[in-house]
Design a protein around this ligand. Sequence first.
Ligand code: LFR
Length: 466
Amino acid sequence: MITVAAVDLGASSGRVMTGRVGGGRLELDEVHRFWNGPVQLRSTLYWDVLGLYRETLAGLAQAAPLDGIGIDSWAVDYGLLDADGNLLGNPVHYRDDRTTRVRLTDVSSDELYAITGLQHLPFNTIYQLLAEGPQIARASKLLMIPDLLNYWLTGHIGAEITNASTTQLYDVRARTWSSELATRLGLPSGLLPPLHEPGTVLGSYEGTPVIAVGSHDTASSVVAVPAAGERFAYISSGTWSLVGLELDKPVLTAEAKAANFTNEGGVDGRIRFLRNVMGLWILQECLRSWGTTDLPGLLREAAAVSSSGVLIDPDDPVFLAPGNMPERIAEWCRRAGAEPPEGAVAITRCVLESLALAYRRTLAQAQRIADQPVDVLHVIGGGSRNELLCQLTADACGLPVLAGPVEASALGNVLVQARALGAPLAGLEQMRALVRSTHELRRYQPRATPADWAAAEARVYGSVTE
Ligand code: LFR
C-alpha cells in the first residue's frame, strides 16, 4: 500500500487526511481538521497563513510515517516573497474589497479572455496584484498558497499549473505564463516562478517526498469525479459551486466570454470549463447571522415546506463579501419587486432553490457553448451530502444526479500522489474507476417539474437558456 497525506485547505476549514492506495483499494482517513477563515485586521481581510502552516505541520506529525505529502487549496490568493525568500506581508483574502478600487486599463477584456480564457471574477490574482500598488516592486516572487506552503516545507520555489491557471496571467493555449501580460502590467521580471505539472516531486519534508498535486482544490476534486463515460457534467459543491464540464481544449469564443465561462487548467492537461456559482457560502453566512450551526435541522425543515416561488440570483456581487445575508436576500427580493422569504426555513429553501436554478442555467449554457451534451450530473464535495440541494438540482437540471464522494479534493490529491509514487493509475479514467469501485454514490432522479423551473429562470434572469 502507498500511504500519503493530503493537505486540503478550504475556505472554512483545513484538513490533513491520510490516503492509502493499493490492491484495488482507496481509503481516506481524517487525521486533523482545523478552522480556517478570514481575519479582519483594521480595514483588510486576511488569511491566517502561518496558522495554516502550523496546523499542516501538526497534521503531518500525526499522519507520519508517510510515502508522500501533497497540498491543495482554494485558488487566486498568494504570498509575495522578497529577494531573500521572506514573506512580504500577510496574504489577503479574496473576499477583501480592495479589488473594487482597481481598473485594468492597459489590456482589453477581449485580449485578456483570448490569452487566459478565464471568467471575470473581481478577485482574480491579476486584479489583486494591481491593488498591491507600488509595493509590488519590492516583490521578487509570487507564490500561490499551496506553492507557498510547499516552499516552506521544502525550500522549492515554483508554481503548479492548475492553480497558476486561475491567476489570469497564464496563457491557456500555450500552457505557460503570459509574459506579454506580465510585461504590460509592469510586474517585476521573474515574479512568476517556473511552472510544474501535478505529479512533480518538489523536494522533501523530514525525509518524505513533497509532491505537487492538482493544487487548486477544484482541479483535485474534478480528478475524483466518479464518471464512467465522457458525457458528464460536475458540480464541485462547497463554499463555492463550480459548475461545468471537462474538455480537451479551451473554448475561447465570444459566447463563452459573454456567458463568463472559465477555462481553468486541469490535471493531465484537461480543461475545466466551468463557472463559479456563489454556492453554499450564502447559507453559511445566513447561519452565522442567525447564530446557529444546526444546518441538518434547517435542511429537514426546509425539505418539508413548499416553495414560496421567490428566487434570487446567487451570483449577484452583493452576496460576495461576508455580511448579513438574510438582509441582503430581502433587499435583493424587494429590488426585484418580490416579497422576501420570511424566517430561517423559508430563506434556506429560497437559497437552495436559487442555487439549483443557477446550476440549471449554467449547465445548459455550458453544454451549448462547448457543444458537449451530457447525460448525468456528478455532485462532489461537501455539498453532495445536502440531500435537498441534490434533489432540487436533479429537478432543475432535468438530469440524474450522482452524489459523492464528499472528500473529492482530498481523493484527487491522494490519487495524483499515488500515481507519482508508482501506483498503476495511468490516466484520469483509471483514477475515476478506482473512486467508483470504492465509494458509494447516491442517485437522485429528476422529478417532472421542468415548466416551473423555466418560469423561475425567466423571472430571475429575464430569459431562459434552451
Ligand atoms: C473553491 C475555489 C474556487 C475558486 C475559489 C476562490 O474552493 O478554489 O475554484 O474560484 O475557491 O479561490
